[in-house]
Ligand binder design. Structure first.
Ligand SMILES: C[S@@+](CC[C@H](N)C(=O)[O-])C[C@H]1O[C@@H](n2cnc3c(N)ncnc32)[C@H](O)[C@@H]1O
Length: 248
């Protein structure tokens, strides 16, 4: 197995976030949703946030991801929590989803809209929402106007489309939504279920691959991203953006 997938298999999450952050974003949308909303969770990964959506609504959820092992992990999680009856997993790509227009009351995407690009995702997914439906996404966002050189250089390479809060808010309005609220994920949301388990995994794998320079290079790159956050978590974070589809 590619060492990258060894790092990223069987983690509790595949991106920053915690149950309380999911719940906080959901509370912004709930007043605008029906009693039992139809929900689409895009790029669901192993499904930690999917479980919160199921537990804190009476809705049914389609959880879509292109990586089958994550969907299997999600199914195990849902079965253990007794919520599997309301969750349907779909293996597929977010760029070409097999759903009719106006199918969903709520679209959710934690750490996933970047795959097709934040702005493109806002536009492409809007038709899948019923009029008045809601969307919640997390997006990597600059927290300062003039980032320090080190994070700026790193993210210019790793995610050149990263923008500041105001630009992301403007795109929400331009794509046909009104913002219901936003908040920044705190540093703990990066560490607890994501960077800490990854750091532990990297330490194990560095021993196993001590004689493999290619694998060690991959491990060093993952460490570099984590060390950057340790030093510069005041410069960037994921921001949760919650919005409602409005008609022109
Ligand atoms: C950063 S992870 C976030 C996973 C999960 N939402 C979480 O917060 O733990 C991004 C997810 O998007 C999925 N993904 C990547 N490209 C995709 C695509 N084209 N279509 C659907 N899912 C995709 C990955 O498999 C991964 O599960």
């Amino acid at each position: 197995m590619d060492v990258f997938y060894e790092i990223h298999s069987d983690l509790p999450r595949e991106g920053p976030g915690r149950d309380e952050d999911t719940a906080r974003a959901l509370r912004l949308a709930l007043p605008h949703l029906p009693e039992a909303p139809r929900i689409l969770d895009i790029g669901c990964g192993p499904g930690m946030q999917t479980a919160v959506l199921a537990q804190q609504t009476r809705g049914s959820i389609v959880a879509l991801d292109r990586h089958p092992p994550f969907l299997e992990q999600l199914t195990v999680r849902a079965t253990q929590a007794g919520i599997q009856d309301r969750i349907q997993t779909v293996e597929g790509t977010m760029t070409d989803m097999p759903f009719e227009p106006a199918t969903f009351d709520l679209i959710w995407a934690e750490g996933a809209i970047y795959v097709m690009g934040y702005e493109a995702g806002l536009h492409a997914w809007r038709p899948l929402l019923k009029p008045g439906g809601c969307m919640a996404v997390t997006e990597l966002t600059w927290l300062v106007d003039d980032p320090r050189p080190e994070p700026r250089t790193f993210w210019r390479e790793a995610y050149p489309n990263m923008r500041g809060l105001k630009d992301n808010q403007r795109m929400i309005a331009e794509a046909g939504y009104r913002e219901l609220g936003h908040f920044q994920l705190p540093p703990e949301a990066w560490w607890t279920h994501y960077y800490e388990p990854i750091e532990a995994r990297i330490a194990q794998l560095e021993g196993r691959y001590a004689d493999d320079p290619v694998a060690l290079q991959t491990l060093a790159e993952e460490r570099a991203e984590i060390d950057l956050f340790r030093e510069h978590s005041d410069q960037y974070s994921y921001v949760f953006y919650v919005m409602q589809r409005i008609e022109p």
